[in-house]
Design a protein around this ligand. Structure first.
Ligand SMILES: *Cc1c(COP(=O)(O)O)cnc(C)c1O
Length: 471
């Protein structure tokens, strides 16, 4: 394909994308297909000779698209979203065209400097103190791993990086029972061992109990452990519970423990003045992560990781072999700020999004999602045979169908059935979690183009399918 041919197809692709978004509601949110359905339509071996681009694009439309779960569908209320927006998509076009590998300043000065700038914009937007510095990671999982590795090195005088574990280290990491699985993954990878991840009980709102944390730390110290890091969840994945940052932070300061804040989803809400209270206690935090690729209209992957002590981060990851040495100082070589050497130019999409929406535009979108959530919450509360099982501080509602006369076991079963019937319909996509052993359905209102009619239609469908189960 040459540049002229590319231009012809690229126009066609842009038309397809624009139509896709215009007609997205015609698709089932999630395809109702069996495993293997897509692979079975494709040849086992790669083509020996060039295939016509027309045919490739055709197969994309006929085979791939029908096998996709449509994350940008406004009836997608599952997991947390991976939302996007047109400025973000446009930037991704350009990023892929430049195809730069942005590991160091000199491998693309503009990429390094734009990352520095956009991370500082973001820091100001969410209200983190000035002594935090940001870097874009691929995911919150990676950011949390970086955080735990940095804590490990800082508290071992960078010895484990140099000599490996001596065998005497008895590190402990703490998070709540509701915290994300990425913490356990990070603890495994960092060589701390998942038995040394201590899960602290939560209160009736699913937030970590600081008194329990304090107690556990005291016991661990007596038993010869070194408490290394506490992960404070600012919006858990199950029900967006908020661990009390200030109280947890005070315990960390007192015991010289690294405090990492995992705000992967809910951190976006910090751009709203009415949510800034969540940062009460942020002065105790060492690191903070949130994902613009979840609820800030920026394509996956774009995870914003902020650290207070960037020197320790860099010292943990820096490697300078001869062939990567460069003369510039005063610039950021982001290869030293995390795990990967090679990096995509991810700041461009964030820059496009922030500029094209404006901070006001972003705030407006989030407030609309929060308003839709309040409306739905009222509707659910007004039904006798539905109940909400967790506070709703953001745009996630954990509810269940609760027809009279069923025991807990039967309620779990009927809600499981309700969820799978809803999802099989293709009209809506929701996912579940368990809270205190109760199967609950999560209704997440956060996709870019969701409107009240989608939420209303979803709720009517839920009621209809639910009531059909008890006749
Ligand atoms: C989604 C989520 C993560 C993981 O995010 P990735 O970017 O996919 O790694 C971590 N923590 C919380 C609280 C999350 O909601």
């Amino acid at each position: 394909m040459d540049a002229d041919e590319f231009k012809k197809w690229a126009y066609e692709i842009v038309d397809w994308i624009s139509d896709y978004f215009k007609n997205i509601e015609a698709y089932n949110v999630k395809p109702n297909i069996q495993p293997g359905a897509i692979k079975n339509q494709l040849p086992l071996n790669p083509p020996e000779d060039s295939e016509k681009f027309e045919n490739i694009l055709d197969d994309f439309k006929k085979i791939i698209v029908p096998g996709m779960t449509h994350w940008q569908h406004p009836n997608f209320f599952a997991y947390f979203p991976a939302n996007t927006s047109f400025p973000s998509i446009a930037a991704e076009f350009l990023t892929s065209a430049l195809a730069a590998q942005c590991m160091m300043w000199q491998t693309s000065p503009a990429a390094a400097e734009l990352e520095e700038l956009t991370m500082d914009w973001l820091r100001k937007m969410i209200g983190l103190p000035e002594d935090f510095t940001g870097v874009i990671q691929d995911t919150a999982s990676t950011a949390t791993l970086c955080s735990i590795l940095t804590a490990r090195e800082k508290f071992s005088s960078f010895d484990i990086n140099t000599k490996g574990f001596s065998g005497d280290e008895q590190f402990r990491v703490y998070c709540s029972t509701e915290a994300h699985s990425s913490i356990e993954k990070a603890v495994k990878i960092a060589g701390i061992g998942k038995e040394n991840l201590v899960k602290i009980p939560v209160d009736e709102n699913f937030a970590m109990l600081p008194a329990e944390l304090e107690k556990q730390i005291e016991i661990d110290i007596i038993n010869g452990y070194k408490p290394l890091c506490v992960v404070d969840a600012l919006g858990t994945t199950g029900c967006t519970a908020i661990d009390p940052l200030k109280e947890i932070g005070e315990i960390c300061i007192e015991n010289n423990i690294w405090l990492h804040v995992d705000a992967a989803f809910a951190g976006s809400a910090l751009i709203l003045p009415e949510y800034k209270w969540m940062l009460y206690g942020i002065e105790y935090a060492d690191s903070f992560v949130f994902n613009p690729h979840k609820w800030l209209f920026t394509n996956f992957d774009c995870s914003a990781y902020f650290v207070r002590d960037k020197e320790s981060l860099i010292r943990t990851f820096e490697i300078v072999p001869e062939y990567l040495k460069s003369a510039e100082s005063q610039v950021n070589n982001y290869k030293d700020w995390g795990i990967q050497l090679g990096r995509r130019f991810r700041a461009l999409k964030l820059w496009f999004v922030i500029r094209n929406f404006g901070v006001n535009g972003l705030q407006e979108k989030l407030r609309y999602h929060l308003e839709l959530t309040r409306e739905l919450k009222q509707k659910i509360e007004s039904e006798n045979d539905f109940e909400i099982l967790a506070p709703v501080p953001f745009n996630v509602i954990c509810f269940r169908f609760k027809p009279a006369g069923l025991n807990e076991d039967e309620l779990n079963k009927i809600n499981e059935m309700l969820l799978s019937n809803l999802n099989d319909s293709g009209k809506i996509f929701l996912t579940h979690t368990k809270l205190n052993g109760k199967f609950v359905i999560r209704f997440v209102i956060a996709t870019t183009n969701v409107e009240s009619r989608h939420v209303e239609h979803g709720w009517e469908l839920i009621k209809k399918v639910a009531h059909s189960l008890i006749i």
